[in-house]
Write a protein that binds this ligand. Structure first.
Ligand code: KG4
Ligand code: ZN
Length: 353
């Protein structure tokens, strides 16, 4: 803590507001998690069947101060105990990002402490790694609602190198769209997994998405379309058993494709450690498939603990800690943080609308 062990071990506060969770995390200079609070907006978006950006912005604005206060209370700290503030700058929805950035700039500015703009995807990977006790070098995979990307993260590197992404839908997006097709509700991932639990994963033969694509490029929109056509061809709404079979078969296709590409990524990097983060990393079938791919080659796999796969502030605080230790911080009195929707990441993702 500041004052006790000096400025080289400040306490880090991380703020996450890129999509539909308002998150705040507090970690010590050594990376110990002192507090984590997430306020979910699921109830607000549910009736629209997806995230409505304007509603998300408003919900973040309403929740952010309380979420920060609760985190400080959980850690038994005062604002003055915080030494560095990290905040997700992108990729994400601009309005929601601006809410978190405003809070972070206000907090850091009032205290005159360093401020760190964090990349959300890097935070998913690094935060999962720290929780599992590993540091780079490793190969990372982000499987979230907006992104599906492989990273090479070497020791000493300031940021990971992007190796390949989906050229269309993200893995989580496919889960969300299939949930919609099957009328399973929002958010789609957990709903599909729940339905799949009672289904036969070999009942329907779906294409394994993107496995024929070269290198680490991936694609999930064809699989989603295959599910849509399958349901259309039935000419009626599938019953509960059929829905379970479709959900399980779809889930298996995603899991197998991710496992295959992960094995390919590890072959390319030669790393002995693999870290996967993002909402879809909570999925049991996906976790099993990824673990299987790593087991075959004796690679150590690190997956998010329960409740830590999705968006949270702890991962942002951990990524802030990593960047601070590399000297990558800015003064709150200097230039403001610019939020970004995708930028370089989106460009490399391919032909996305
Ligand atoms: O990382 P995340 O919380 O937010 C983004 O950065 O996008 O990921 C959200 C995504 C959503 O598409 C959601 O449907 C998916 O993760 N997801 C799941 C599961 N839990 C969340 N997908 C499959 N199985 C799950 N259990
Ligand atoms: Zn995320």
């Amino acid at each position: 803590m500041r004052g006790e062990s000096g400025m080289e071990w400040p306490v880090f506060l991380g703020i996450e507001t890129s999509c539909d969770e308002t998150g705040c995390g507090i970690v010590s200079g050594e990376g110990e998690v002192l507090a984590g609070v997430v306020a979910s907006q699921v109830a607000e978006h549910e009736r629209f069947g997806g995230v409505v950006p304007e509603i998300a912005s408003r919900a973040h604005a309403e929740a952010i101060v309380g979420v920060i206060d609760r985190s400080l209370a959980k850690a038994g700290m005062e604002p003055g105990d915080i030494g560095v503030v990290a905040v997700t700058a992108g990729p994400g929805l601009i309005g929601p990002l601006l809410t978190g950035i405003a809070a972070a700039e206000g907090f850091a500015g009032a205290l005159g402490i360093p401020l760190i703009p964090v990349n959300h995807l890097h935070a998913h990977v690094y935060g999962t790694g720290v929780a599992g006790g590993v540091e780079p070098p490793y190969t990372g995979l982000v499987i979230s609602g907006g992104h599906t990307a492989f990273y090479r993260w070497e020791e000493g590197q300031e940021a990971p190198q992007l190796l390949g992404t989906t050229v269309d839908d993200a893995a989580g997006e496919a889960f969300d769209k299939v949930a919609k097709i099957l009328g399973l509700g929002y958010p789609g991932g957990p709903a599909v997994e729940k339905a799949a639990a009672h289904g036969d994963a070999w009942a329907v033969k779906f294409p394994r998405p993107g496995v024929k694509m070269e290198g680490l490029r991936m694609s999930f929109s064809g699989l989603k379309t295959a599910v849509l056509y399958h349901v259309r061809e039935m000419g009626r709404e599938p019953d509960a058993v059929e829905k379970a079979d479709i959900a399980a078969s779809f889930q298996r296709a995603v899991a197998e494709a991710l496992a295959l590409k992960s094995a390919r990524a590890l072959e390319e990097t030669g790393h002995r450690t693999f870290v996967a983060g993002g909402g879809v990393a909570a999925n049991g079938a996906v976790r099993e498939a990824l673990a299987g791919a790593c087991r075959e080659t004796g690679v150590r796999i690190v997956l998010p603990e329960a409740g830590m796969a999705g968006d949270n502030g702890v991962m942002v605080a951990q990524m802030g800690r990593f960047m601070y230790n590399k000297g990558l911080w800015i003064s709150p009195a200097g230039a403001g943080i610019k939020p970004y929707a995708g930028g370089e990441e989106r460009m490399q993702r391919g032909r996305r609308r």
